[in-house]
Design a protein around this ligand. Structure first.
Ligand SMILES: Nc1ncnc2c1ncn2[C@@H]1O[C@H](COP(=O)(O)OP(=O)(O)O)[C@@H](O)[C@H]1O
Ligand SMILES: [Mg+2]
Length: 367
């Protein structure tokens, strides 16, 4: 295999340094048939882990997998459309055989046959969703990537999941959700939702970046495999530390070196990519708020954090948000794994970005 591919890893034997996570998934998904939520920031390797595990699942159990990416999907209708088309595509390619004829899938097959770019929304997406689910073969694994962008009709999706539990019970498919711990995804993991699903809300599994040493070893093994790069361990240490141990940005650095860039230039370009991706993640975070006025305040809060302001009271003053909403916002960023909290006294905590590229991104984001 070529080292540091640009696309996610899809085979478990090509997945580096995620043995613990794979065995946790094995235990939860294969042994206990639980739903799982893989949480982590961009480029930490959620898609790679989910997809590689999915192909492992398929080869271990002989059951099919349906992968869907919901990045940029904002409502339930679009959600059902995306999922239905993914199922119809697999059926079309003979990679998935349904348990019975599904009008829902027939509908999406008809949509597929239209010209490119023509999209026809289902009239009753809830019913279509239920129908497609019922037609899936038993033991199917669904990977629902990037589910955090749904802004409206969240309750329709949550209710559809509730119906899966109730109507299909043990015959329901297993789902691996991935995304950032914001918006819908946060709700899915909340205790109230767990009650609603009789204690069967997805099990949260946090995906962390690697420690510096693992990052160094990852770079070293890829660069040695490429064979054409003259590198030093100090360089790899600097890159791993600067890039926060994020597999995606380390891969980008590794590709740069293989393409002949110097250490400095490869690091600069990987860092720039990290800032851009962090900005787009923060942008989605801001956009989850329906009101422009509120979005602007959250941006002012991020800008102030970018400048190094870390106390909730100061952040409230600078952003125009109340201190309660500042703390709520900061707690969400904490939950997303991109800020850390330090106690200054019994009553005061400060919040700092864990990685320099997020701080830089927060500084650059504009209304
Ligand atoms: N465990 C891993 N081993 C090797 N490469 C990885 C691993 N995890 C991620 N990568 C690399 O990092 C890039 C970003 O990972 P991805 O899975 O897309 O992250 P996320 O879904 O969290 O944004 C991938 O294209 C892949 O090349
Ligand atoms: Mg991803």
């Amino acid at each position: 295999m070529e080292p540091f591919p640009e696309t996610p890893i899809i085979r478990v034997d090509e997945l580096y340094g995620r043995e613990k996570e794979v065995s946790r998934l094995r235990q939860l998904v294969i042994e206990k048939r639980r739903w799982v939520a893989l949480i982590g920031p961009r480029a930490v390797g959620k898609t790679s882990l989910a997809r590689a595990f999915a192909s492992y699942y398929s080869s271990e159990t002989g059951k099919p997998v349906v992968y869907s990416n919901f990045a940029g999907i904002h409502n339930f209708t679009e959600f059902v459309e995306r999922f239905g088309l993914d199922v119809a595509n697999l059926v079309h390619e003979d990679k998935l055989r349904l348990k019975r004829i599904s009008m829902g899938v027939k509908f999406f097959e008809a949509v597929l046959e239209k010209e490119d770019g023509v999209s026809i929304a289902p009239k009753n997406p809830g019913a279509v969703f239920d129908e497609v689910m019922k037609a899936l073969p038993e033991g199917a694994l669904l990977v629902w990537d990037e589910v955090q962008d749904i802004r409206t009709e969240r309750n329709k999706l949550l209710a559809a999941l509730w119906r899966l539990h109730n109507v299909l019970a043990d015959r329901r498919p297993t789902i691996i959700f991935t995304g950032s711990a914001m918006g819908l995804f946060k709700k899915l993991l909340s205790p109230e939702y767990d009650d609603y699903l009789y204690g069967r809300a997805p099990v949260r599994v946090d995906i962390e970046p690697w420690d510096v040493q693992t990052g160094v070893e990852f770079l070293k093994s890829g660069l040695l495999a490429a064979g054409n790069v003259d590198f030093s361990l100090e360089e790899l240490q600097e890159a791993s530390a600067e890039l926060g141990g994020f597999p995606g940005y380390l891969s980008s650095y590794g590709r740069g070196r293989i393409d002949g860039l110097t250490h400095r230039r490869a690091l600069r370009s990987a860092r720039e990519e990290a800032v851009k991706r962090a900005m787009s993640e923060l942008r989605s975070f801001v956009n989850l708020r329906p009101q422009r006025k509120y979005q602007r305040k959250v941006i002012a809060l991020l800008n102030a954090m970018g400048e190094g302001v870390s106390r909730p009271s100061s952040l409230a003053r600078l952003s125009g948000l109340t201190e309660v909403s500042v703390v709520n916002t900061l707690e969400t960023l904490l939950d997303m794994g991109i800020v850390e909290k330090q106690s200054k006294s019994k009553v005061v905590s400060i919040y700092l970005f864990k990685y320099k590229f997020y701080q830089e991104a927060a500084l650059r984001i504009k209304s």
